[in-house]
Design a protein around this ligand. Sequence first.
Ligand code: ATP
Ligand code: ATP
Ligand code: MG
Ligand code: MG
Lengths: 254, 254
Amino acid sequence: KSTVVAVINQKGGVGKTTTAVNLATAVAAIGKKVLVLDLDPQGNATTGFGMAKGRSLKSSYGVLIGMTDANEVAEKTYVEGLYLIPSTIDLSAAEIELFSMKDRDSKLKAAIKDLEYDYIFIDCPPGFGFININALNASDKIVIPLQCEFYALEGLAQLFNTIQSVRNTINKNLIISGIILTMYDRRNSLSSIIANDVRSHFKNLVFDTVIPRNVRISEASSHGKPVILYDIRSTGAISYIELAREFLAREKES
Amino acid sequence: KSTVVAVINQKGGVGKTTTAVNLATAVAAIGKKVLVLDLDPQGNATTGFGMAKGRSLKSSYGVLIGMTDANEVAEKTYVEGLYLIPSTIDLSAAEIELFSMKDRDSKLKAAIKDLEYDYIFIDCPPGFGFININALNASDKIVIPLQCEFYALEGLAQLFNTIQSVRNTINKNLIISGIILTMYDRRNSLSSIIANDVRSHFKNLVFDTVIPRNVRISEASSHGKPVILYDIRSTGAISYIELAREFLAREKES
Ligand SMILES: Nc1ncnc2c1ncn2[C@@H]1O[C@H](COP(=O)(O)OP(=O)(O)OP(=O)(O)O)[C@@H](O)[C@H]1O
Ligand SMILES: Nc1ncnc2c1ncn2[C@@H]1O[C@H](COP(=O)(O)OP(=O)(O)OP(=O)(O)O)[C@@H](O)[C@H]1O
Ligand SMILES: [Mg+2]
Ligand SMILES: [Mg+2]
């Protein structure tokens, strides 16, 4: 059975896709068999690997609503050992379609339970909808990218409430792997104020590795490549490789 | 009757809240009577004005589902001539509640049609749900903040499709006031590549005013103030005042 990791934060633009794409790539580079499941109708993780969007049911949408076998739509990427289930815009209809389905909270869990990867990383959309409840219910672990900005910090309490209510009801074993500080800008004192705030409050729950703001990360996405393949020497690439090491070390401990 | 303006983009973290808060403040500073309607369950626009979140129905949630009179919950802010209808976390349940209501697409339109402001700015959540359909249906104009990044650019086509289908069905008179380039970073060549791309493609639809990346903008939010009140001399504040002038000039023309 695979370890399923939801990369989630309802706040928009905090680095969920960037973290899902680059952490998964670094974990695959270390030798693990990895699947990225793009659950965002925007399909940025799909583009981040230079892959084409899915076509209707032949996508994460088909898998989520139980119409498509996940193994059939998992595509090999050019990253050794890394596969992707692409997203489509049809996913935006899934919120409403799921509402009237039986077992609507556990459709995804049922759809991916037999997949055989070391790790499955789910890139979640912003917001609080059924897609994200499904992702939390299907996951063993949670990784929370947190932009070093005030509005992002403000949203953490709501996120923890949502996680707690999923744990109390449908997924008792859900564990928070950690909070990843992203887009940390040394030049801007707000970054260190936020980072210190988060560390003093959440202590060991915060990864030691911090992801700096690094233009090579956003350039990489426009070339359809993870930053590790786009520019391995960049601070962005190095920080995601360090994060992968720390993530796997935390896995061993738990 | 008020002119209703939706500040919208399904991509997360592109500067919707920052633009709603600061454009509204600058338009109020020029002498207009303005309302900001916070339709995001995260409630960042409410915090951006230093206001307390709504309590259950006494909020934008109550207004949206038709249980609360909008005039009863519009609160005066410390910005002269600017009022706010605060958000609450209950809004995240609205997506599902609206689904089974009659006239679910026009609940907001009906709720705000008699309000008497010069301008009503709606801060929309990220994503594609019913809350955003309601906002588009209730609006006369649309302002689209666009972060100068590749993933944000990629999402524009989907946004225009959604706007077009709203125009073809429930709101024929909906006009795009313009696209606002946000977080433009002179040090990073990607910003100018994206900006040139957008201008060559969308021509006059793109505001001349560009909002630079400016740390005073994000600092202001942590002080519960629009940047215009936090640091009037900053490049961020100046650019939003210029934007307000350009916005009002476009209003005169249309
Ligand atoms: N460390 C970084 N340095 C510089 N740019 C970054 C960094 N991390 C992410 N970005 C850029 O910031 C933007 C937002 O990141 P991303 O799209 O990964 O966030 P997200 O949380 O997935 O957004 P959404 O809520 O829309 O899904 C992207 O354009 C991305 O390229
Ligand atoms: N021009 C700017 N310069 C620097 N920081 C900015 C600028 N505009 C916005 N920000 C910061 O970037 C982050 C994202 O902006 P904002 O929250 O306004 O985006 P949003 O589109 O409303 O996000 P969401 O999709 O979550 O609603 C915020 O922390 C904000 O303070
Ligand atoms: Mg994303
Ligand atoms: Mg916002």
